[in-house]
Design a protein. Sequence first.
Length: 368
Amino acid sequence: MKLKPTNFHKDFKLNSNSFATVDALLTYAAEFSRELHPFLKDWFSDNGVVIVHTSGSSGTPKAIKLQKDQMQNSATATGDFFALKEKTTALLCLPIAYIAGKMMLVRALTLGWHLDVVPADSNPLKENYKTYDFSAMVPLQVENSIEKLYQIKKLIVGGGAVSKALQEKLQHVVAAVFATYGMTETITHIAVKKLNNFTALHENTDQQSHHKSYYRILPKTVIYKDERNCLVLKNTTISDAVLFTNDVVRLISNSQFEWLGRFDNVINSGGIKLHPESIEEKLSKIIVQRFFVAGIKDEKLGEKLVLLIESSKDKLIKSPDQLNSEMKNSKLFSRFEIPKEIYFIDRFTETETKKIQRQKTLDLINLN
């Protein structure tokens, strides 16, 4: 029987503390965190919706109303998919201000988890020696925690693409790690992709290699493509509307898809359509610093492909000439996928959730 948002599961614990009443929980939250208390107060109010804000990585942040019962449905779907029942130990190390952090709380409240909340630090396990059944991180946190991921049994990663270099590192950790696909409008993830431990895949998958793994949708989700080859999805348990995304995909089956990139990021260079995300996946094998590719206006080509690297020239591990040579000699890249220019930015512009704001970072080129 589903709990009303005005209550919480009897097995719920927060930082090892049990609570007899909502008031007791709110009192503790007010003393513990300025982020935690306002959300919990809102969650336990009579209002049937929660207002959340998008991160702003692909545009101006916007406010979205989410139904509380649909957030609970999302929590239940995650619990069922990953077999996370009551008394699951979980770590919340993401900002509570955004949907990913909020949903960790909703899962704990709804399913009766034992949740620890720590600051949203770039290295959340640095001073933490406990073990957990479940957690969620962004790629930067995973990278910085790679030597301590044995403390987490199941880990979901969102908020940005997982580079090939990081994925290779994940092949040597015991934690079961999943990339997630979702957005604020879908109440976090509606699909997951296994990143490692491929001999112990979810029983209903037939994937054998991380190079061939695909996103698998959660139950009760329907997917198809529109005329732009962008993903369209519907899950009536978490949204009342059909959601048209800007994510270009290749459908593998009615339950699996391969993400190719953002439609609004596509670069039309001399009539050749280039997907930055696909090029970045290849570049991640030869560039260790943070980077991305983009298109800028060009008189001859319309748009030309450029590469931005988060570094100063004197700190580069490889020179621009070395990078160009490796790309030209590699069988991975077509001649159209080799950037026409390379720019160096000391520090990329980010959202509060550490996502790169591509356009704002691209605007910095004109300031250098």
